[in-house]
Design a protein around this ligand. Structure first.
Ligand SMILES: N[C@@H](CCC(=O)N[C@@H](CS)C(=O)NCC(=O)O)C(=O)O
Length: 234
């Protein structure tokens, strides 16, 4: 039976796994979970993921519900042992360094979400960013820019799935309307490199732009009116 992938293209963690599937050319059955209809909260989807979140991935008896563990699983299972530039390293020390950066990126993503005040805004309980988090977000951009000053990609000289995860973390800041990108010249060069991937536009840029449009409308018009206008424009 083919792998079943439960996701939505506006969910950044979903997109990280989606890109791994595309890059590795793994066949999968697409199970799109409609966030706009709260499908992830229904009893049917709870049978797949009790935590009622996307993404989820099923491969036979194995069900995974954390995006990065899905990425590791897919790479470990499907990347040929003799492939040179792997999306996920196999050497123990390399893996340790990789996991360190991967965990930091999870924190960084959460910091971006805190700046966006995402939980309260999407519950209609807040209508503004939390400005106090902006310096932390800028520090994150500086850290990634410094890594990319030394390396072509986030984890050295070739593409890994950390590039996908970090690209989503950074793109999340676009939802805030942040305008200070120009000073991060290494980030700019890296993004131009990633843009050449055939799936980058669909899996990162479209997703980031649509999320930014939706978030801006919700901030401007409030939850209900913002969503209504967003869905009407779609
Ligand atoms: N740690 C999880 C996070 C998953 C997550 O936050 N999913 C969000 C979409 S981006 C979700 O399902 N939200 C819907 C909800 O909580 O109702 C992962 O990386 O897979």
């Amino acid at each position: 039976m083919a792998i079943q992938f439960y996701y939505h293209y506006l969910s950044p963690p979903s997109c990280v796994v989606w890109m791994v599937l595309k890059e590795l050319g793994v066949e999968f059955e697409e199970k799109i979970i409609d966030l706009f209809q709260d499908e992830q909260k229904g009893d049917k989807y709870a049978e797949v993921n009790r935590r009622k979140q996307i993404p989820a991935l099923r491969d036979g008896d194995m069900t995974l519900t954390e995006s990065r563990s899905m990425a590791i699983y897919l790479c470990s299972k499907f990347e040929p042992a003799d492939k040179k530039d792997k999306l996920y390293p196999r050497d123990f020390l390399e893996q340790t360094k990789f996991h360190e950066l991967m965990m930091r990126d999870v924190d960084n993503y959460q910091t971006m979400l805190k700046y966006l005040n995402i939980d309260l805004v999407l519950e209609g309980k807040a209508t503004s960013l939390v400005d106090g988090f902006l310096p932390k977000c800028e520090k994150i951009l500086q850290e990634y820019d410094a890594i990319l000053a030394k390396n072509e990609y986030i984890f050295g000289g070739h593409l890994t799935f950390l590039d996908y995860a970090c690209a989503h973390t950074i793109s999340t800041l676009k939802m805030s309307g942040y305008r200070g990108w120009d000073k991060y010249t290494n980030l700019k060069r890296w993004k131009q490199t990633l843009s050449k991937l055939p799936y980058f536009g669909q899996c990162v840029e479209d997703s980031a732009k649509t999320n930014a449009d939706m978030y801006t409308l919700v901030l401007e018009k409030g939850l209900e009116a913002g969503f209504t206008e967003f869905l009407a424009r779609k």
